[in-house]
Design a protein around this ligand. Sequence first.
Ligand SMILES: [Zn+2]
Length: 267
Amino acid sequence: MDRLHLLLVGIDGLRLDLATPDRAPHLHGLMRRGTTTRMTIPEPTISGPSWATLLTGASVAEHGVVDNGFVGSRLAAHPDLLSRAFFADPTRTTFAAAAWPPLVDPAGVGPIVHTRDEQRRAQQHRVVVRDGETYGYRTTDAEIADFAVAGLMSAGPDVSFVYCSGVDEAGHVYGAVSRQYVAAIGRADEHLGRLLAVVEHRAQTGERWLVAVTTDHGHVDGGGHGGGEPEVVASFVARAAWNAALDAWPPSIAPTELTPRLLAALG
Ligand SMILES: [Zn+2]
């Protein structure tokens, strides 16, 4: 049987309660096809610590990423989901695309997704980086989505992580209860929809796919995060599968469980 392919989509700063079916039809289509598991993000509800935990399975105390500066991080000792999938099976190919440099940029702080230069040279690991902090996420998220669509369509990597941050950016600038935040949810959902169309297409040839969507934190109504408000700590994992069955998860999991559980699903 064909091996299971995994696509993890990260939508930064997404409040699921504001991503209603009319605003995020593709996300809700995925949720209807599969299942949604709740997660509660521990403080500090900041992207650096939270994505480091979600993508490595290590707690903040273990990986040492306490803010977005990454000073004193122990990420070298805590390989990410893609790296662990490769180490478990060195024939696996991986793909990461993000416009928040600390996630993937070899030249920046971090990165959380290990650079694995040998595998990049061997084209077993591919990284697409843009700088949304400087150039804005509306443009760079769209470029990331373009490259991810092309990368998944052409190569069908075994494990992919694709990330967008326009929702978080809109939350900071306009607040979460704003038409701009809603519009940003719509754009992120369109990116997700294009990725799901690629998965659907590849699955038609019999490939087995697991898609998971998650977020690192929410936002208070007026915009911002970092604390322990219910709307800020609330996260989720939406999962659906093509030509494969979803493994059973409890109704809620800890953020440290995400990577081990996804690796377990890969087998
Ligand atoms: Zn933020």
